[in-house]
Ligand binder design. Structure first.
Ligand code: NAD
Length: 434
């Protein structure tokens, strides 16, 4: 089929490239001219494993094109997928401005019947609202049918997830639209769940809220393990072996971050409040997460007594490994808190250095390697479990520190540091150095 994708961010570009890979003719459109110029020359504007190679292949096959011109992108499209951002607005609810602009643009440009598929994560009722905006802006007498198709891919494994997703959710009351979308995705052989629009919108929020809940739950158990002398990895393993619980998302650490969980939890809380309901579990999830993000700062303050003048090296800045995305990463709040304590903060990340200057306060000094960041540091905070930090070869680098005091917010150094007596190791959810 001929498909237009609006928004070439993490979701839109991955979706576009993968739909091209399964045989569709894809045109991606974005308002960001630099991004489109980069993509047109075959360059992926962000870090996502495997995406560059697949983009090259699809460009060679001439199955994918890029433009800043929505009219050109929509001209022959049978379906228009929307994957623009819905960042948190000032009131805590998602800012829908980009989506509204796209809906107006679609109304003005489409000259034939078309299906509009909303992949962006949007509050319940938004698909219907966008359908109205499109209808109000139509210039030509055409039919535009809107379906909700929330996205579940994870940054860092987005291509794999698109081909191996657990389910594809299609929200529409129109059986013909559901059939067309099912046909588009058919080559992926992923189970399809067909629901009404509102339920599809809710599935996305409820799923992310549940995963965030799992994280806050295991983090609270980890903190209790520290107090009571248990070991969180063993506890999580034992819990996860119970299939009713499942082993995923039971890794204790410094809390969730990223461009989805914080904003989606906040949006669901906001939707509940607007409808006069209260989500008490989710309120606690958010509270626990805020506190957990400060866990290493508290540990360091109690270890050193006073953090003023201490040089602290942050290792890992992105919200998780295999992505350069620093939106709402725990590293941001941690850097700010350390500066507030009067510490001197230095930082290194294997791939996010291009974004680091934009997101971190100017006082944070950035280095191009872990060795440079660690040189002369009083403490290291491991904030992202990049593979580089988990290798045994990394441990000797800690000797560049004034004193090798390591606070491991991801419990990823554990095996290697144990063998090194020179390292004072502070993990999460287990006894010191165990
Ligand atoms: P992103 O910020 O990476 O990309 C959004 C893109 O939309 C940008 O390239 C921007 O220039 C473009 N854009 C903005 N306004 C536009 C317009 N009027 N016309 C054309 N392009 C426009 O966003 P993302 O991380 O890909 O997220 C997109 C949506 O998918 C959000 O709703 C998000 O919550 C949801 N989502 C994201 C993920 C994820 O892991 N990133 C996973 C699942 C769902």
């Amino acid at each position: 089929m001929r498909i237009a994708i609006v928004g070439t961010g993490y979701v839109g570009l991955v979706t576009g490239v993968c739909l091209a890979k399964i045989g569709h003719q894809v045109t991606c459109v974005d308002v960001d001219e630099d991004k489109i110029a980069q993509l047109s020359s075959g360059e992926v504007p962000f870090y996502e494993p495997g995406l560059g190679e697949m983009l090259d292949q699809q460009r060679k096959e001439k199955r994918i094109a890029f433009t800043v011109n929505p009219g050109a992108a929509f001209a022959n499209a049978e379906a228009i997928f929307i994957a623009v951002g819905t960042p948190q607005g000032i009131d805590g609810m998602p800012d829908l401005q980009a989506l509204i602009t796209v809906a107006q643009t679609i109304g003005r440009h489409v000259q034939h019947d078309v299906i509009v598929v909303i992949k962006s994560t949007v509050p319940i009722g938004t698909n219907t609202f966008l359908a109205q905006i499109i209808a109000e802006h139509l210039v030509h007498p055409v039919s535009v049918r809107v379906a909700s198709n929330p996205e579940f891919l994870r940054e860092g494994s987005a291509v794999y997830d698109t081909f191996h997703g657990d389910r594809i959710v299609i929200g529409t009351d129109d059986a013909e639209v559901a059939g067309i979308l099912a046909a588009i995705y058919e080559p992926l052989h992923i189970p399809i769940l067909h629901t009404d629009i509102r339920s599809a919108e809710m599935i996305k929020y409820a799923s992310n809220a549940f995963l965030a809940t799992k994280i806050s739950f295991i983090n609270e158990i980890a903190n209790l393990c520290e107090s009571l002398g248990a070991t969180i990895e063993d506890v999580a393993r034992g819990m996860g072996m119970d299939q009713r619980i499942g082993e995923k998302f039971l890794r204790a650490g410094i809390g969730y971050g990223g461009s989805c969980f914080p904003k989606d939890v906040k949006a669901l809380l906001g939707m509940a409040e607007l409808s006069g309901d209260q989500l008490q579990i989710l309120q606690a999830v958010e509270r626990v997460n805020r506190k957990q993000q400060m866990r290493l700062v508290e540990k360091a303050a109690s270890r050193f007594g006073d953090l003023r003048g201490k040089r602290i090296a942050l290792l890992g800045l992105s919200f998780k490994p295999d992505t350069d995305d620093m939106r709402e990463a725990p590293s941001l709040g941690i850097a700010a808190a350390l500066l507030e304590h009067g510490a001197q903060v230095v930082a290194y990340d294997p791939v996010s250095m291009n974004h680091a200057r934009t997101y971190l306060p100017a006082q944070v000094e950035l280095f191009e390697s872990a060795e440079q960041a660690l040189a002369g540091a009083d403490a290291a905070f491991v904030l992202t479990e990049w593979q580089e930090f988990t290798l045994p070869a990394f441990v000797p680098k800690l000797r560049a520190m004034r004193e090798a005091v390591v606070f491991d917010g991801r419990n990823c150094l554990h095996d290697s540091v144990l063998e090194d007596d020179a390292v004072e190791y502070h993990p999460i959810g287990r006894q010191l150095g165990k």
